[in-house]
Design a protein around this ligand. Sequence first.
Ligand SMILES: [Zn+2]
Length: 379
Amino acid sequence: MSTLPDLPVTTVGSWPRPPALLRAQRLKHSGHLSVEEFERQADASVLEVVRLQEEVGIDIVTDGEQRRDNFYSFVAEKLTGTKLMTLLELLDVVEDKASFERVLQTLDVPAYALRTPTCIGPLERRQPLAVEELTFLQRHTDKPIKIPLPGPYLLTRAMFVQEVTRQTYPTKEALAEDVVRILRDEIAELIAAGVAFIQLDEPVLTELVFAQGQTRTFMCAALAARNDPAEELEFAVSLINRVLEGVVGVRTGLHICRGNWSQDESTLLQGSYHPLAPYLERLHVQQLVLEYATERAGSLMSFAEKEIGLGVVNPRTPTVESPETIKALIEQALQLYPRERVFLNPDCGFGTFSNRPVNSTEIALSKLQVLVKVARSLR
Ligand SMILES: [Zn+2]
């Protein structure tokens, strides 16, 4: 593993996809383009994203999730027993239609446009989730590589839709057993292949505490708001820790955020990390990759023994943060964390959903340029 500079700069994962790739993705979904041809076109987009990151001076690179339609539903293509269903299709099958409909009404995204991977049979990896993303990157960069993976709690909650899942898995706990096994197998293969950093994405955790029992986002739309948040958080902690048990030879991180699908900040969740802290502290991850550029995240908190992946630019805003703003945030973090535990990144990805990027490549690039400049000035 190559050594990292002081205050390493990385991204959370996704980059906007070029129009040609979005077209190719639509053709692939409708069966008019082979997976192989799609991958060939995605190779070109990944190369461009890598080139941009190297040019800007990013220290740990990703492939910009160019091959994925979003950060978690891409698994449907890789796993048996899954089906991509739109929220409208889910509305047809869920028992509690009234509460599900309420969820749909609070979304500012059309219910027919979002597809979520739903479990309809036994889960097995048909192919690795991300090992090929890694090996392609390795052929084209010498930089350390970060691979984001959907976390076990997110996958379990998104995939368990009682009405269609229960014939295979009677409970979400039963489904989680297979999700944990699949992620453990994937992580072992990524480590064997030489990945530097594995980031588990668990954005749903914020929903448990900030949506006050109301399921607000589509990610776990199908599970109505009957669950006790504390119980769910315990469940999440146990799944994440089981996925990471005995994992060595790689940096591990957990990313959470309060929503990254809209530029309208008022539709996103709000609240400090305080209620989550007792759970985050117990996670067996080295790094917490957290939002701090947005005011919705509250003031900076210290997490003992953890690295912080400090969010210092907002991926959704059109304005590029000033060097002074970024510097002030980093200096605050350096009061709370030993220097070697501070990593720098945007709050989230720039293109969480392929057909709904939250920013343009140009602005993403400008934000990262300022971020790298500030990091270098502090080294
Ligand atoms: Zn995020």
